[in-house]
Write a protein that binds this ligand. Structure first.
Ligand code: MG
Length: 301
């Protein structure tokens, strides 16, 4: 079995001062780790070179998850805009904000496939939690995962059977899509008795690069729930939970666990060699050295 953590690696707290840190991405061009501080309505960035935490942008209409597009620009979810948007050096452009004539709820997390399509989850935390966006209604009355194709502007629901889809990621060859369910923590704080309250990561087979079928439970995550997560180049799933980063191999067996002193929202691979895992955990940003990189490296990204 691959040794996943660098020998002697220790979790290190590198920055603090957020209320709810989420949506981390490593921006190679500036060698910074960028993330959302949702209730403070700002985007922060941590510089590896200086160790400084600075505000990248304030008044950002409650951004959440983010990823890099194929061209290196940042794609991010906007609770306030109920949209997915692109940030290019501080210039923000809305990419997509509705499906079938109705608005999304509040896009939460986003990934880009190697063909350039943008896949994102749409739970309703940003319209149901007053500290994370603006009040609003579920215009299509559910929570879906969508696929947006910038080439023709099409928007298609790809997963409709996860109660509260949150984090998402592809396997290294993009033949599997993983989707976290945070239904155990419902967006409005009250779970209807007739709706499931899951805390599992689900997995789907991806056919023809665009169709998700054969959905099944991959792992149930305890304690707490899986919010954001990433897949490494060997197909292992590195997920958030209430007390630790937990790593599951492709068969669903837990093979590593890193205790973290705050509740974790999300994580990502970063650093110049891509082998540092950065963890956004409530008020703080943590990191630990590993031996692996993000799955995206397998397809040359
Ligand atoms: Mg999330």
């Amino acid at each position: 079995m691959t040794q996943l953590l660098e020998p002697g690696a220790q979790l290190e707290k590198v920055a603090t001062g957020a209320i709810w840190a989420e949506g981390p991405v490593w921006v190679a061009a500036s060698a910074t780790l960028r993330f959302s501080d949702i209730p403070n309505n700002r985007i922060l960035q941590f510089s590896e070179a200086t160790g400084e935490l600075t505000t990248y942008q304030a008044g950002v209409d409650f951004t959440n998850g983010r990823t890099l597009d194929l061209d290196g620009s940042v794609i991010q979810c906007s609770h306030g805009g109920r949209s997915v948007e692109r940030d290019r050096d501080g210039e923000v452009e809305t990419l997509v904000d509705r499906w079938n004539g109705v608005r999304f709820n509040s896009p939460n997390d986003v990934i880009v496939k190697s063909d350039g399509t943008i896949w994102f989850t749409d739970p309703s935390y940003g319209i149901k939690k007053p500290t994370e966006g603006h009040p609003g209604d579920l215009e299509y009355r559910d929570h879906y995962v969508f696929r947006f194709d910038p080439r023709d502007g099409s928007v298609v629901p790809v997963v409709i059977d996860v109660e509260t889809p949150n984090g998402l990621a592809f396997s290294p060859d993009e033949s599997l899509l993983y989707v976290a369910d945070s239904g155990i923590s419902p967006p409005d704080g009250v779970r209807p008795p007739d709706r499931p309250g899951g805390h599992s990561i689900h997995v789907y087979d991806v056919f023809d690069g665009r169709l998700c079928k054969n959905g099944r439970e991959f792992v149930e995550v305890d304690p707490g729930l899986p919010d954001g997560f990433r897949v490494d180049e060997h197909g292992n799933v590195w997920t958030s939970s209430a007390d630790s980063v937990q790593v599951f191999d492709p068969s669903g067996q837990r093979i590593e666990r890193v205790m973290v002193p705050e509740t974790i929202a999300n994580l990502c691979f970063g650093g110049p060699d891509g082998r540092t895992v950065y963890v956004t955990a409530t008020t703080s940003l943590y990191r630990i050295r590993t031996t692996v990189r993000d799955a995206a490296h397998v397809l040359g990204r």
